[in-house]
Design a protein around this ligand. Structure first.
Ligand SMILES: C[S@@+](CC[C@H](N)C(=O)[O-])C[C@H]1O[C@@H](n2cnc3c(N)ncnc32)[C@H](O)[C@@H]1O
Length: 200
């Protein structure tokens, strides 16, 4: 998939899509772990979803996007992948809560073996216990933009408008890193990527 060929964009450089090193890391992880069911939070125009689907013809992706206009563009961009690309227009939190409810009691139908978190950064902390529940053993969780323009690691005062999001990201990183069920690595290129493997 090429960014410049995406339907619905003029100048792709400044749009919020995975960047080259992050893309390379993700493709490498997909080739290594060979997931069959991937959940993505944050579709935008479907670029990263298309990259994932191109790695393996047996991979299916469910990708969540709250903006209807983005969903329309993404569906257009992903139409060649047919039913392997499931673009869902929803608030991610509603989807996650619903998926967990559907798993209760019955055999767990809604498990994913790879989750890519690239939605609202201030919500990663809230999503984490739900994602943990929906990730199969041996599954991979990747979260993009964990440095939030470098502010998460920076010492000193953070501007008021970014304070909550930066604190939530710091708490998210601490929570994942200290969770004994996960083995976690942080990559500090681009805006920072967390890769976490669920061991138990
Ligand atoms: C960084 S972009 C995703 C980019 C995409 N993963 C890519 O690399 O091509 C984040 C997307 O998350 C969507 N988003 C933000 N909050 C959301 C929410 N609560 N539920 C679902 N989608 C959300 C935004 O509308 C935006 O399109």
């Amino acid at each position: 998939m090429k960014k410049e060929e995406l339907f619905g964009i003029d100048n792709f450089e400044y749009l919020p899509m995975i960047r080259p090193q992050t893309e390379k890391l993700l493709v490498g992880l997909l080739q290594k772990h060979k997931p069959k069911k991937l959940l993505e939070i944050g579709t935008f125009l479907g670029y990263s979803c298309g990259v994932f689907l191109e790695t393996d013809k047996d991979l299916c992706v469910t990708t969540l996007e709250k903006e209807p206009q983005n969903v329309e563009f993404a569906k257009q961009n992903l139409k060649n992948f047919g039913a392997r690309a499931n673009v869902v227009c929803c608030d991610a939190l509603d989807f996650l809560q619903d998926a967990i409810k559907k798993n209760e009691g019955a055999e767990k139908q809604n498990l994913f073996d790879f989750i890519f978190l690239d939605g609202p950064k201030g919500q990663y902390l809230k999503y984490f216990p739900l994602l943990k529940n929906l990730l199969s053993r041996g599954g991979v969780l990747v979260a993009d933009d964990i440095c939030f323009h470098g502010l998460v690691q920076k010492d000193g005062q953070v501007k008021h408008k970014h304070r909550t999001i930066v604190q939530h990201l710091r708490d998210f990183l601490e929570t994942v890193k200290t969770d004994e069920d996960f083995e976690t690595q942080i990559f500090d290129f681009e805006d920072g990527v967390l890769v976490s493997i669920k061991k138990n």
